[in-house]
Design a protein around this ligand. Structure first.
Ligand code: G1P
Length: 295
């Protein structure tokens, strides 16, 4: 197959981040750092690696700093230059999208993830797009979106990344039903958002990465409220499934749900231990802290 290239990625970043108050009172949760990179940067890096050319951010009030993060900072760049901080300067420049590669639009009311995605309809237009929820951070190589693109290029369908989850945690996620096919590319038979205990169709959750066909927008526009009284992307996808196929990809790698404190803190530990510049010292401190914590 040779389906249309996935050029555009959508990043919903309008959430209030109430689980991280007071840190997120004035700062978007997507700017919380894992080691020294904000969460949103990891999601953009993953999209770039997968060949994405345009980055659409669904923002809200108090989120202006995300737009600043993806802009140049001349004063800072000049200062780094004068101080010969070449490595830091090069990293800043490498992280920057090319001019014209970003778009920002606001979700004016917190009506749910589905509604946030719907806000991107005019910016995406009539082409397939990737959807990345920056709360979900992955340690994987290749990146999760790149793994999904490989499945998309074979099937040309909608694609969802999934992973196994403990039964008692399933009701915090979207859960899919599994049909035929291998882990790398199987048929999805059903989707349920935040299933009640016992109603989950499997132990495979939606991991916050999607490749969707543009027909989803019309369905979201007509979608009534679902779990949590919000307009849910999962409900619209379940409707789209009546007309189009959905492929599940059980990705290779590990996720950190940075929407939760434990997930976020664990991500910081795992990513720090993987950093050549600090891993040795950090491991020593971590071991000391663990020994002391047991006492
Ligand atoms: C959203 C999706 C859910 C998915 C989850 C992954 O839920 O609605 O299907 O499993 O992200 O993090 P939320 O975290 O916004 O409650």
């Amino acid at each position: 197959m040779n389906p249309a290239k996935v050029r555009v990625a959508v990043f919903p970043v309008a959430g209030l981040g109430t689980r991280f108050l007071p840190a997120t009172k004035a700062m978007p949760k997507e700017m919380l750092p894992v080691v020294d990179r904000p969460l949103i940067q990891y999601a953009v890096d993953e999209a770039k690696e997968a060949g994405i050319e345009h980055f659409v951010f669904i923002t809200g009030r108090n989120k202006g700093v995300i737009e600043d993060h993806f802009d140049r900072q001349f004063e800072l760049e000049e200062t780094l230059k004068k101080r010969n901080k070449t490595a830091a300067l090069n990293e800043l420049q490498a992280d920057l999208p090319v001019a014209g590669q970003t778009s920002f639009t606001r979700q004016q009311e917190p009506l749910g993830l589905g509604h946030a995605v719907w806000c991107a309809r005019d910016l995406v237009g009539n082409e397939p797009f990737a959807l990345l929820l920056p709360d979900m951070l992955f340690k994987s190589s290749p990146g999760v979106l790149k793994q999904m693109i490989a499945a998309y290029e074979k099937t040309g369908k909608n694609v969802i990344a999934v992973e196994e989850m403990a039964t008692d945690a399933l009701s915090s996620y979207g859960v899919v039903g599994r049909g035929d096919g291998p882990d790398s590319m199987f048929e999805i038979t059903r989707m349920v958002e935040k299933p009640a205990p016992g109603d989950a169709p499997s132990n495979l959750i939606i991991s916050g990465r999607y490749i969707l066909q543009p027909e989803i927008f019309d369905l979201i526009g007509r979608q009534s409220k679902g779990a949590g009284g919000e307009i849910q992307i999962t409900d619209a996808m379940q409707k789209l499934m009546q007309k189009q196929g959905f492929t599940g990809v059980k990705y290779q790698g590990r996720s950190f749900d940075c929407g939760s404190k434990v997930g976020f803190l664990t991500a910081n530990i795992v990513f720090a231990l993987d950093r050549k510049d600090i891993s040795r010292d950090f491991l020593t401190e971590l071991q000391n802290a663990a020994i002391n914590a047991k006492q």
